[in-house]
Each structure stands twice: as C-alpha cells, then as structure tokens.
Design a protein around this ligand. Structure first.
Ligand SMILES: *Cc1c(COP(=O)(O)O)cnc(C)c1O
Length: 482
C-alpha cells in the first residue's frame, strides 16, 4: 500500500497513525490480561504451522501498521505457553506486573543508553538504588556493596565466575588463564544451575573445572563430599577458588546450608557465591527470611527480578560486597565513550558489566516496587508460598507422594501407590499439558535420578480454585474415568 511513503514515515509513522496504533496496543494488552485464564495454557506444538506463518512474511510488500500488529499479536497469542496463566505451574516464568509492562513500553520509547552514566544519569542512579536496596534485604554490608543489573541469572553467574577469578588471580585480567601455573577448579551442587557449565566454557576454564558435588536426600549439597573434593583437589595440585551455594534449586527448590558453606569457603579461601536467582525473593518476607540465613556472608549473589519478583524478562542482578571488583574485571579505556561524568563520583555501567550498550533493565522493577512497595511484594510472595502449601496438602489428600522438602512453593511429586518410572512421569505430564488445563513438567532428582512431576507456583494470581483445577486434571490423567 505505502510505496509512496518515504522511509522516514514508514519507520516513524505519522502522529495520527501512531495514536491509533497505541490504542490498539493498549487494547490488545488489556484483553490478553483480562482473558488469559480462559485460554488453553499451552498450544499444540506444530512446527509447520508456526514456521510457515513466520515465513509468509517475505518483507517484499508492506502491511498497514495496525494490520501487521493485529495479525502477528493474534498468532503469537495462539502459539505460546501462557506463562501468565494462573494454571501455569512452570519454570519460574512469571505473570509480569502491570507496571513492568508499562515500564518496558516507556523504556522502548525513551531508549536510554545505559552504557554511559552521563547519557542516562537518572536511569543509572535508579539501578544503583535498586542494587543497594536489594543488597540490603540480603544483609550485605551497607556502604560497601556494588552490583549490576544483568540480562538474567546466567549472566550474573558468569559475572560471579569472572569476579572470583580476578579476585584470586588479579593477573588473569591481563594475561588470562595462560599465566596460571595451577588449574582453577570450583564447586557447585549436582542440583545447581547449568549456567555455571556455560560460564566455565566461556571463561576458558572448560567444563572440567566444575566439580559437581553430590547431594543429600534433601537435595542439598553434601558437605562431606564437598570437603573430600576440596582436599582431593588440593592434594592433586589444583587450585579451588570458588564455592557456589544454591538458594532455591531450579529442580526442587532446595536451599544449600549457607552458613556451613560460608565457613568452608572462608577456611579454604574460596569466593562464596550464592545463586538465589529464584529463591532470593524470600528475603522480602520477614517470616521467610530465615530460610536464607548465611546469605549475608556471600561475596556475591545472583538474583533474578524476572522470576519471583514477577517483572517481565529479562531482569537479573549481580550483587557483591567487594566494591572495586566489577571495575577491575570490566573497566576499559576508550576514546569514543562519553566523558561528561569524569571527576564525578559515579560509575559508567559499561565499565562495570559484561554488557556494553544495554537497555534500562531496572525500570520495570523500580516502577513495580514504587507501586506495590516492599509490603505488596511480601504479600504476593507469602500468598504464593501458601498456595504451594495448599498444593502439597491437596496432593497428599489425593494419594500423591511429595518427594522434595523446601519452604518454597515448588512441589515435586509422584504417585503415592505405585512406583513410576521416567516414562510414566513424562506421559502424565504430557497428558496434563495436552489437556490445556495446566502446565507442569518432569524432573529427575538426586543421586538416584528419581523421576517426579514438578509444579511450581510462579503466578501471584494463582488461587485455590486453580490448584483444584490442577488436581482435577492430575487425578483424571492418572486414572481416567470411563
Ligand atoms: C533461572 C536460574 C538461573 C538462570 O537464570 P536466567 O535468568 O534464566 O538466566 C540460574 N540459577 C538458578 C538457581 C535459576 O533458577
């Protein structure tokens, strides 16, 4: 249609067209939020359909703006697992807060450049304030914390690995690992997150530098095995430098014994990192805070706002008690970066993190906190924890067996009467997902790789009747009534 338009009008659009486009966008958002609980939780996976829809856009002809938006939004809504659905019992993917949706739109509009402090001073200071406020909730020492907003937990964990290396061997920032006489090794529980494996590869350490320590029956890191591994590494001339504790494992919500790990790390001179990507949210709830006891001793912490703080993806955080370590890792001198802030007591984000140009990650958390407050968040997290407890009780009542222990709302379970193998668990999970009524997954836990079903309360809007709906479909697919 618009061959006659020049390139600037087809990119910027005229004011009138934009105004009606924004109305359509707002209406689409609101309709989705209002009706998502009426949709099937997940689509059927149909490669041909989604691929041919994507490929039907050859970009040779152009669509009218509203037509393109309407067409694609409708198709997207039909082709995704609805993580904002209250019967999505999944992998920490939240229903985004309303304020984070608004924030993302504003960030896209202003498009602040968070590389240089002087380009977006308020945005940079809002992120600094978030870093300090969240670090305070974890009990890191006031006045000396530093940190950076990240794309997510994986980037934060990679940052932890790099800072731990640079702290132990300052020369690696210049000479890399080549300069080291000893082989660096580090420790994570076998239930820890696999982003550490990727981080080890990216750092040039290789996957074999990661020691996966076996877990106890409670799926927490086994302290005796950990001590033995550290001694073995010392005896073999390797150089342990980092101990990772997980506070809320992805599989089962297990929380490693943080105080014990902190003292073990101190004893052996290891950097103590706590991966609290999801479980860290417990720090916002006074009566749950104690499950994280020991986290205040961490050298660094990973925390994802895009998990239990329910902001849209991606919003992670790396926090540390070492105020100079990020600059030592990431500072560079460049001729081309802006210099207006030189001499001010401020940090340029690009000299402070793995990312360079980056979006204003923090606004969605800042605005959500500004509206909900700490109390609003505590109420939401408390509610989800209660829904987890309700789910456990309902499962037990209907003769399912709970196989994990955690104060967090993540329930791993299996049939209470017959032993199920991996295939049976998968078949049941598939049937639940295929029903469109709920989304759950499967997991294999611990040394025995015990197969189980996994359901996590990830949505602050999940209510008792949604739990009932999950039980109905679970009970039905277990023993279909004729
Ligand atoms: C989700 C998660 C990660 C990875 O975080 P992303 O935000 O997906 O990059 C790391 N550790 C734990 C414990 C997690 O739950």
């Amino acid at each position: 249609m618009n061959d006659s338009q020049n390139s600037s009008t087809s990119l910027a659009l005229d004011s009138e067209t934009r105004a009606s486009l924004w109305k359509l966008v707002a209406a689409t958002i609101e309709t989705y939020l209002r009706t998502v609980d009426e949709l099937p939780v997940s689509p059927t996976l149909d490669v041909t359909r989604v691929r041919s829809f994507a490929e039907s856009f050859t970009f040779e002809q152009s669509f009218a703006p509203e037509e393109a938006f309407r067409l694609i939004a409708a198709e997207l809504i039909q082709s995704q697992v609805h993580t904002p659905h209250p019967q999505y019992f999944g992998l920490f993917n939240p229903a985004p807060t309303a304020m984070s949706i608004a924030a993302d739109a504003l960030v896209a509009t202003l498009n602040p450049q968070l590389a240089a402090w002087s380009h977006s001073p308020l945005a940079a200071e809002m992120e600094r304030h978030l870093v300090i406020s969240i670090a305070d909730k974890f009990g890191l020492p006031r006045g000396q914390v530093d940190g950076v907003l990240t794309s997510g937990g994986a980037e934060a964990n990679q940052t932890a690995l790099l800072t731990a290396l640079a702290q132990r061997w300052p020369e690696v920032t210049l000479c890399g690992l080549r300069g080291l006489k000893e082989e660096p090794v580090f420790y994570v529980s076998a239930e820890g997150h696999h982003s550490f494996l990727k981080a080890a590869r990216a750092a040039g350490l290789g996957a074999s530098s990661l020691r996966e320590i076996e877990v106890t029956d409670d799926l927490c890191i086994d302290l005796d095995s950990l001590r033995a591994a550290i001694h073995r590494d010392h005896a073999n001339g390797h150089a342990p430098f980092l101990l990772v504790a997980t506070a809320g494992t992805t599989g089962a919500g297990a929380i490693d014994p943080l105080p014990n790990l902190a003292s073990l790390a101190r004893e052996h001179g290891l950097w103590f990192h706590v991966d609290a990507a999801w479980g860290g949210a417990a720090a916002l709830v006074p009566e749950l805070h104690s499950v994280l006891d020991g986290i205040e001793l961490a050298d660094s912490i990973t925390f994802d706002a895009h998990k239990w703080l329910s902001v849209s993806m991606g919003a992670g955080m790396f926090l540390t008690r070492h105020p100079d370590i990020l600059s030592r890792c990431f500072a560079t001198q460049t001729a081309y970066m802006p210099k207006e802030s030189e001499g001010m007591q401020v940090a340029d984000p690009f000299a402070h993190s793995l990312q360079w140009s980056r979006r204003f990650i923090g606004l969605k958390l800042f605005l959500s906190l500004a509206v909900a407050g700490w109390d609003g968040y505590a109420a939401a997290i408390r509610h989800q924890t209660e829904m987890g407890e309700l789910l456990r009780n309902r499962l037990i009542k209907d003769k399912w067996k709970i196989v994990n222990r955690t104060p967090l709302p993540l329930v791993c379970f299996t049939d209470g009467e017959t032993e199920w193998d991996t295939n049976t668990c998968q078949r049941i999970a598939n049937a639940v997902v295929a029903s469109g009524q709920a989304w759950i997954s499967t997991i294999q836990l611990g040394k025995q790789k015990q197969p189980a079903l996994r359901a996590c309360i990830t949505n602050y809007q999940t209510k008792p009747h949604h739990i009932d709906a999950l039980l109905d479909v679970l009970n039905h697919v277990r023993r279909p009534k004729r």
